[in-house]
Write a protein of this length. Structure first.
Length: 468
């Protein structure tokens, strides 16, 4: 997810992935060109998984198409972090059942696939492929099976030590190259489905991460984002680099101008990460550090295994850095048993930290998770009220935070243009959206950099003019 300000969990992203295959090679010329349609739901990890799935399919002789109607194979890469994700997937599959008569095949990938498993075949018998993210590396064999008219499942790899590493990644973001450095999660927070759907924590070797970083530069990327459910829990299987050292090493690859990383877990957030940001100018001065709640009691019930004080200690490290690091977070409101006083503690934490952006979510009960058995559920209406109060408070904080940028000059990476407003869209190192105008007829390319004088600010963005 792009962390550009005040968000709620209500509008989860749904991404139709468009592929840029210019750098891909080795597609078998003799296989018939089957077509596939892929829709992606959920977080940045899912979007990047889809980039790798697309690359794998293309390598296997498939061609990506824009509509379900054009496709031989229809795939959903699903997310089950919140809401009734599984119901949505079943509805969508039911809608498309009639297309089976046209010989189309269907596959469910990702978290809902892992969570619902064989139940998907029972409720949607027209589905041929059900595959969790820990089994993606076996996709080529699975494709052969479904092409032969058989069903295929990839559900048994949650204990695997292997990562989904492929040289055939279809990069869909034209200016930011993603690298997953760690998969899965072993933390088992009481509310979260991820450890059940994405398997145990496993890291790639630093050599393979560095090789991919160099490859991205060769492809023309100057911004790299390292990904992981808990990116900073990274443990190099070769024992060569700590996370902070890997971060610094990626930042020092010739040609790299910006390195981002997400998501960091407070428990594994060491001071060495802040020191790396201070030492290596290409590391962006932005850290996303989800806190979830400001109440020690709720943090304990959530099994986050840190206290408010420990979290604030990490914030203090960032605030004492030489560079001004922007800090964003995730918050869950309405966890079972959260009292008004607990909620007030979360509001006071917002004030104390002065976040640059908050992703806030209503607690959503998830299958298999320990929180399901907790008493004292919070009614949905009350969760919604708390969410609104929290967002209003954060909007005030962000409006005040952003005012300090007016009058400064920032370097942005150009991300596009808003023709209706006659503005370019840029992103600062601190991950702020900085919309700007440029005098005269300039044509800026996405992925290039510009110096912008910041003239004014809003809660979610800054406004400026390019410096010539
Ligand atoms: N690993 C990261 C961490 O621990 O901070 C978070 C990754 S999780 C995929 C993204 C966010 O989804 C979490 O930070 C949390 O705020 C939210 N989330 C996870 N489970 C949730 C649930 N059951 N209800 C509401 N929000 C949830
Ligand atoms: Fe979920 Fe907790 Fe793992 Fe984050 S650390 S992915 S919230 S279980």
């Amino acid at each position: 997810m792009d962390m550009d300000g005040l968000q709620t969990g209500a509008g989860r992203s749904q991404v139709r992935t468009r592929v840029i295959l210019s750098h891909m090679s080795g597609v078998s010329p003799n296989r018939p060109q089957k077509t596939f349609y892929l829709e992606t739901f959920g977080c940045q990890m899912n979007v990047h998984d889809s980039e790798k799935v697309i690359g794998t399919l293309v390598q296997e002789g498939y061609r990506q198409v824009e509509t379900v109607e054009q496709a031989d194979l229809i795939l959903y890469n699903t997310c089950s972090i919140r809401d009734k994700a599984e119901q949505k997937v079943f509805h969508r599959l039911a809608d498309f059942k009639k297309l089976q008569a046209q010989g189309k095949k269907f596959g469910v990938l990702g978290c809902v696939a892992q969570q619902e498993g064989h139940k998907i075949f029972e409720r949607a018998p027209h589905v041929s492929l059900v595959c969790g993210s820990a089994s993606y590396r076996n996709l080529p064999q699975m494709l052969v099976q479904i092409e032969a008219g058989k069903r295929s499942t990839g559900l048994d790899d949650r204990q695997t030590d292997e990562c989904f590493e492929t040289e055939f990644t279809a990069r869909t973001n034209p200016y930011r190259g993603y690298i997953t450095i760690i998969e899965g999660c072993d933390k088992f927070c009481a509310y979260c489905v991820v450890p059940f759907t994405r398997g145990k924590e496993r890291s790639r070797t630093s050599d393979s991460v560095m090789a991919e970083a160099r490859q991205l530069v060769d492809l023309g990327y100057s911004e790299i984002q390292l990904l992981g459910q808990n990116v900073n829990s990274y443990k190099d299987p070769a024992g060569k680099y700590s996370f902070a050292e890997l971060l610094a090493a990626v930042g020092e690859v010739p040609g790299v101008k910006r390195v981002r990383f997400t998501t960091s877990h407070p428990r594994d957030f060491g001071r060495d990460i802040v020191e790396a940001i201070d030492a290596v100018p290409t590391l962006c001065d932005h850290v996303h550090l989800p806190v979830q709640s400001g109440s020690a009691r709720v943090l304990d019930a959530m099994q986050r295994l840190y206290t408010r004080e420990q979290y604030l200690e990490r914030i203090a490290w960032m605030k004492s850095a030489k560079r001004e690091i922007s800090i964003t977070t995730d918050i869950i409101v309405g966890f079972p048993g959260e009292t008004e006083a607990d909620f007030e503690q979360t509001l006071s934490l917002l004030e104390e930290v002065g976040y640059d952006g908050v992703f806030s979510f209503k607690y959503s009960p998830r299958p298999n998770t320990p929180a399901l058995t907790l008493e004292d559920p919070i009614p949905d209406q009350e969760k919604a009220r708390r969410l609104e109060v929290l967002m209003a408070k954060q909007r005030e904080i962000q409006t005040a935070q952003n005012k300090k940028y007016a009058g400064k000059i920032a370097q942005v990476m150009v991300e596009g243009r808003n023709d209706a407003r006659g503005q370019w869209i840029g992103r600062t190192s601190q991950n702020k959206t900085l919309n700007f105008t440029a005098r005269g007829q300039v044509a800026l390319k996405a992925g290039t950099y510009a110096e912008v004088a910041i003239l004014s600010s809003f809660a979610n963005s800054l406004l400026g003019e390019m410096v010539v």
